[in-house]
Ligand binder design. Structure first.
Ligand SMILES: CC(C)(COP(=O)(O)OP(=O)(O)OC[C@H]1O[C@@H](n2cnc3c(N)ncnc32)[C@H](O)[C@@H]1OP(=O)(O)O)[C@@H](O)C(=O)NCCC(=O)NCCS
Length: 394
């Protein structure tokens, strides 16, 4: 029996396709490690800028290196006017993820090193994209509301500057810190769907921008990065804690999914959900409105209970579950949740695309090329007779 017979039709679950030095997800113990460092330490002691340096360079920066990297990010925050011009021509109903995908393709043609394929050139391109993505997401939110984009603020951190470009006023330090932690938590997660999409495209020798556009497309789906905004829609639909039990019961009995719950790799609580629950709890106190946090918690409890009764097994919240109410409490529009995932994950994607391009973990055939068994129409080894158009019937 061919090897593919044993591995097909399982969505690649548990199939190892490559080695990586970037992150390790321990689905049994619920640990997440970036370049050897525990995510819990990184959210406690690092910033998103430092974590991006770590992901791209395989080590934490020295103080001087971090300062230089931060300055480089600040100097690369502006986007060409053409990008704003294109956004101004878009219907204001366009989804921010679609606008982001198109804007990244436009940015590509302005990158002076687009086809530079040295490691150094790829690092520069990655830094430019990390710096510019927040500008695009914030600008689109303003443009679609009939406002002018707010230019980047050179004195603010990556997290603070995004919140500033979105609202037009400098954010408070607490929200900035919480948002920075969210960015760290979403920055990397091994061979997830979007990262694999990016690596797969990079394996064809496509440039970094093309690979990132592929990753963005994969992220946009509701089973991946789109789940956080779906969680918010669920919260807005349920609205009251006393409606939670019956809503969850109905949903699960009808075979529906509770968004933000369950994970393809974690069989215990996603460590990012643990930290986001804590952030949400603090933010609820800080804003003086505990409604969204309490509602989220109640859905978690009800889903766990009902799922256990129905399927006889446990289910846990994933990264998207608590991030929804956290972003909502920060005043961020629901359809920006997934683009915000992207402005964080761009660092992980870029690290993976570079690892893929330079076979940094292990040598492997460059191009990914899986196989499939053909189970379609078959008329024998010579194929079916071709019927001219005038003789065809529906
Ligand atoms: C992430 C996800 C796709 C993983 O799916 P998976 O790898 O198939 O997970 P499992 O194998 O553990 O699923 C086992 C069973 O639980 C069900 N299940 C998993 N997550 C569920 C959820 N959130 N709500 C209801 N049922 C769920 C599956 O449908 C499956 O049912 P079945 O055995 O009757 O076919 C899935 O949990 C999901 O769709 N979650 C909601 C979307 C989401 O939050 N995505 C973001 C992920 S970070």
């Amino acid at each position: 029996m061919e090897e593919t017979q044993e591995t097909k039709n399982i969505g690649l679950r548990g199939i190892k396709v490559a080695d990586t030095r970037i992150s390790d997800v321990d689905g049994e113990k619920g640990n997440l490690i970036y370049r050897g460092l525990n995510i819990c330490d990184l959210v406690s002691y690092s910033t998103f800028e430092e974590v991006s340096f770590l992901l791209l360079n395989n080590r934490l920066p020295t103080a001087g290196e971090l300062k230089d990297f931060q300055s480089e990010l600040v100097s690369e925050r502006k986007v060409p006017e053409t990008v704003y011009g294109f956004m101004k021509m878009m219907p204001n109903t366009a989804h921010p993820m679609d606008v982001l995908e198109a804007a990244v393709s436009i940015l590509a043609v302005y990158d002076p090193q687009l086809h530079g394929e040295s490691r150094e050139a790829n690092l520069k391109k990655a830094t430019r994209l990390i710096a510019k993505l927040p500008n695009i997401v914030a600008a689109w939110d303003r443009i679609r509301k009939g406002k002018e984009p707010v230019g980047p603020h050179s004195e603010l951190t990556h997290a603070g500057n995004f919140l500033y470009m979105l609202s037009g006023s400098p954010p408070d330090p607490e929200t900035t810190k919480d948002f920075d932690m969210c960015l760290i938590l979403h920055a990397e997660h091994s061979f997830n769907a979007s990262t694999f999409a990016g690596r797969e495209v990079a394996s064809t020798h496509a440039h970094l921008y093309a690979s990132i556009v592929a990753a963005l497309g994969a992220l946009s789906g509701e089973l991946h990065g789109g789940a956080n905004s779906e969680v918010m829609k669920m919260l807005l639909e349920i609205r009251e804690v006393d409606r939670v039990k019956s809503w969850v019961f109905e949903k699960l009995r009808k075979g529906g999914k509770i968004m933000g719950m369950g994970h393809a790799v974690y069989h215990t609580e996603d460590p990012r959900a643990t930290i986001l629950r804590r952030i949400g709890d603090g933010l609820a106190d800080w804003t003086g409105d505990r409604r969204w946090f309490e509602l989220t918690k109640a859905i978690e409890v009800a889903t766990k209970e009902e799922f256990k009764k129905l399927k006889g097994k446990e289910i846990y919240p994933n990264v998207d579950f608590y991030s929804a109410s956290v972003y909502h409490m920060m005043g961020i529009p629901t359809d920006l949740f997934t683009p915000i995932f992207a402005i964080s994950r761009i660092s992980g994607w870029a690290a993976h695309i570079i690892e893929e391009k330079f076979a940094e973990a292990q040598p492997k055939p460059e191009l990914y090329r899986p196989d499939a068994d053909y189970v379609g129409t078959y008329c024998g080894p010579e194929a079916c007779p071709y019927i001219p158009i005038e003789k065809r019937s529906p």
